[in-house]
Design a protein around this ligand. Structure first.
Ligand code: AHR
Length: 311
């Protein structure tokens, strides 16, 4: 449904400016930095007053930010929930005050679907499936024969992208590689470089014969590369690496041969989000899930793609 009415009432032209309260997860990764910039610049472009709050990866901080947006009577609340559960109470408070809530990037689990209007973001389950599919190509190109021992660096425990990327990857693995692929270790690195490095060095101690690393984001993959090199191994050769996001540093590592493939997750959600926020404020109908378009990249595409990467 595209909605029908013409010009926005509160955005660019005349009238009272639309006030948007936005609660961000934190600044854990390159992806998040790009996402924050996109939200801030798109809000400015749309002529909205943005109240921005950084939760530093803590749910309680997001809940207080949302409560403060409610108290300030913002027009619309948008947030990227750090974890999927535990939102019903605060979302009910917003609903009681008739403040619409738009989710962006990550989704929530709720028993009452009316507590948020829409989600603007990626299909993380599909990203997990795409990671498994591109790993097939990576293994083939590397000439890998026989069983595949996989280490998985998970994102933040309880976060939608961590749950869903693991799920999508496992789905393909169970359906098509039951006999040859095995996840031998899997642990959270909290979507950070430091987490990726620390957990990967522990993995290498307990499982020195890992063939593949699937990292739920580039930053953890880059941290893991440091751990792999410190252990005297070659990332991208001795251990094949697939990551998610496609931030510049990920592409740099891929063009150096240290990451084998990247599944893109687009952080530039700002413009789409502002469009949806304006429609919601206008009372127009919006889709329940506004999905983001993404691509996959193999190593040989890295050098060509690098100069045109926008984040
Ligand atoms: O929710 C999106 C994920 O959060 C990104 O893949 C990761 O880098 C970020 O921290």
């Amino acid at each position: 449904d595209k909605g029908s009415t013409g010009t926005g009432s509160n955005g660019g032209g005349g009238g009272k400016k639309l006030t948007l309260g936005f609660s961000q997860v934190g600044s854990e990764s390159g992806w998040r930095t790009a996402n924050t910039e996109s939200v801030k610049s798109a809000a400015q472009e749309a002529g909205f007053t943005l109240k921005f709050s950084d939760a530093q990866q803590k749910q309680e901080n997001q809940i207080s930010a949302i409560r403060s947006f409610i108290a300030q009577k913002v027009d619309v609340i948008a947030f990227s929930p750090v974890v999927v559960t535990g939102w019903d109470a605060v979302l009910k408070e917003a609903k009681a005050k008739n403040i619409p809530v738009v989710l962006t990037d990550r989704s929530v689990e709720t028993s009452d679907e009316s507590l948020f209007v829409t989600l603007v973001g990626s299909d993380f389950t599909d990203e997990g499936r795409r990671a498994a599919k591109i790993l097939e190509k990576v293994l083939e190109k590397a000439g890998h024969k026989g069983p595949v021992k996989i280490a998985q660096l998970e994102g933040t425990t309880g976060a939608a992208p961590a749950i869903e990327r693991a799920k999508g990857f496992k789905e393909v693995m169970d359906a098509e590689h039951k006999d040859d692929w095995k996840i031998v270790v899997s642990q959270t690195g909290d979507f950070t470089r430091a987490g990726g490095k620390q957990v990967m060095s522990a993995f290498l101690q307990s499982n020195p014969d890992i063939d593949v690393l699937f990292a739920h984001n580039d930053d953890m993959g880059i941290g893991a590369i440091q751990a792999i090199e410190a252990a005297g191994k070659k990332p991208g050769k001795d251990i094949l690496i697939v990551t998610v996001d496609g931030v510049k540093d990920g592409f740099v590592a891929m063009s150096e041969g240290k990451i084998n493939a990247i599944v893109e997750c687009n952080p530039l959600l700002g413009p789409q989000l502002m469009e949806v926020v304006q429609k919601v404020k206008n009372g127009e109908k919006v889709e329940r899930w506004v999905k983001t378009e993404e691509s996959d990249f193999l190593q040989e595409q890295a050098k060509d793609a690098l100069p045109t990467r926008k984040y």
